[in-house]
Design a protein around this ligand. Structure first.
Ligand SMILES: [Ca+2]
Ligand SMILES: [Ca+2]
Length: 339
C-alpha cells in the first residue's frame, strides 16, 4: 500500500507541473546563451540566414532601399557584407519599412512558417549611422490564428522605438541595439512569430538617411541586470590559445601560409554572445574580424584556419570575447605577427 501511495503522490506531482513551461534550450546546458542569427547579410542574398525572404519599399512617397555594403569602412567587423538601408520619409505623413521573415515561405503565395521563439529572451543587432540618436521602430508580427499569414487587424503587431535601446552615441562606430522581449508589451507569447520590420516614419526626427545594419540575432540569456552587462574578464575565461597546435607564449607569433588558430575557454559565462578572431593593422585601434562564433559549447574549442598573406604589412592578432551588450575584451593576445 505504501508503494502505491508513493506512486500516487508522484503522478500528482507530475500533473501539477503547469502547462506551457519551456524546457531550457538544449545543446549547451541552460547557462549558455543560445544565439539564433536571423541575418548576417554575408551571402548578399535577399534570403536571410533562416531562409526567410526580405524586402524593402520602393513605392514613394516614403521609401527604403536595401543594398549590401561591402567596403571595409562600411562593413561590420571590416569583412563580409552588411545591410545598407537608404530611407526617405521627408513627405508629410509618409512612412517606409524593411522586413525580414523569421521563417521560410510556405506553399501558398505570401504564407510563411512561423517561428517559435519562446526559449529566447532578447532581440539584438548592430547599427552604424550618422545620427547620434537614430529614430526608427522595430516591429514584430505574430500569427495569432496560426494560418501562416500575417493579417493586419487580425494578428498582433508589437512595436518599440529603437532609440532608447541603442548603446552609446558614437556615430563613427558600430553600436549595438539590445531589446529585451519584455519590451514588446503586446505579445502574450513568443510562439508563431512571422516577421521583423524596421519602420521609418515622417513623424520621427530621422526623416532621411542611411542606416547600416548587421548581425540581427535572438539570444536566450536574460539581457537585463548587472550580470548581462558585466564585461567578460580574460582571467575568468581564458583556457589556452594555440597556433598550429602549439600554445602561444610571449608577445610575438610566427605564422606560416596556412595557420590553425584555436581558442579554448575554461568557462562560458552566461552573458557571452560572441567570440572573434581578429587582426589589426593600426596598432590595435581598429580590429577586423577573421572569424566570428556565436555557437558556444562548454568543453569545445573555437577553431579557424587562417590563410596568412605575407605580403601584408605586419599586424596584431587577438581572440576576443563579447558580451550581450557588445562589450568586447581580449581573451588572448594581442600578439605581434611575424611572417
Ligand atoms: Ca555581415
Ligand atoms: Ca494569421
Amino acid at each position: 500500500m505504501k508503494t502505491l501511495k508513493k506512486i500516487g503522490v508522484l503522478v500528482a506531482a507530475i500533473l501539477l507541473v503547469p502547462a506551457g513551461i519551456q524546457a531550457a534550450p538544449t545543446g549547451g546546458g541552460p547557462s549558455v546563451n543560445q544565439v539564433l542569427i536571423l541575418d548576417n547579410f554575408d551571402s548578399g542574398s535577399d534570403r536571410n540566414s533562416v531562409g526567410g525572404t526580405t524586402q524593402g519599399d520602393e513605392e514613394y512617397p516614403g521609401g527604403c532601399l536595401p543594398a549590401f555594403a561591402s567596403a571595409s569602412t562600411d562593413v561590420f567587423g571590416g569583412q563580409g557584407k552588411s545591410l545598407k538601408l537608404d530611407y526617405d520619409v521627408t513627405v508629410p505623413n509618409s512612412f517606409s519599412y524593411y522586413w525580414s521573415k523569421t521563417g521560410q515561405s510556405d506553399i501558398e503565395p505570401g504564407s510563411s512558417t512561423p517561428l517559435d521563439m519562446r526559449s529566447y529572451h532578447y532581440f539584438s543587432f548592430w547599427i552604424k549611422t550618422k545620427e547620434e540618436a537614430p529614430r526608427f521602430g522595430i516591429e514584430f508580427h505574430r500569427d495569432d490564428d496560426g494560418n501562416k499569414f500575417f493579417v493586419l487587424g487580425k494578428d498582433t503587431v508589437s512595436k518599440v522605438p529603437a532609440t532608447r535601446f541603442v548603446m552609446g552615441e558614437n556615430t563613427d562606430q558600430w553600436r549595438k541595439v539590445v531589446i529585451p522581449f519584455t519590451s514588446f508589451r503586446q505579445f502574450k507569447d513568443w510562439n508563431n512569430i512571422m516577421e521583423l520590420v524596421f519602420v521609418f516614419e515622417n513623424k520621427n526626427r530621422s526623416k532621411k538617411g542611411v542606416l547600416y545594419v548587421d548581425d540581427i540575432l535572438f539570444g536566450s540569456a536574460d539581457p537585463s541586470g548587472e550580470t548581462a552587462a558585466a564585461p567578460i574578464e580574460t582571467k575568468e575565461v581564458f583556457g589556452y590559445f594555440k597556433i598550429n597546435g602549439a600554445e602561444v607564449d610571449g608577445k610575438t607569433v610566427s605564422l606560416g601560409q596556412q595557420n590553425d588558430l584555436e581558442l579554448f575557454l575554461k568557462n562560458i559565462p552566461s552573458n557571452l554572445e560572441r567570440i572573434l578572431f581578429e587582426v589589426s593593422y593600426d596598432e590595435g585601434q581598429t580590429w577586423n574580424s577573421l572569424k566570428t562564433f556565436y555557437e558556444h559549447r562548454p568543453g569545445e574549442s573555437y577553431k579557424y584556419q587562417w590563410m596568412f598573406d605575407k605580403a601584408k604589412k605586419p599586424g596584431l592578432l587577438r581572440a576576443s570575447v563579447s558580451n550581450i551588450h557588445g562589450v568586447t575584451t581580449a581573451a588572448a593576445g594581442p600578439f605581434k605577427l611575424k611572417g
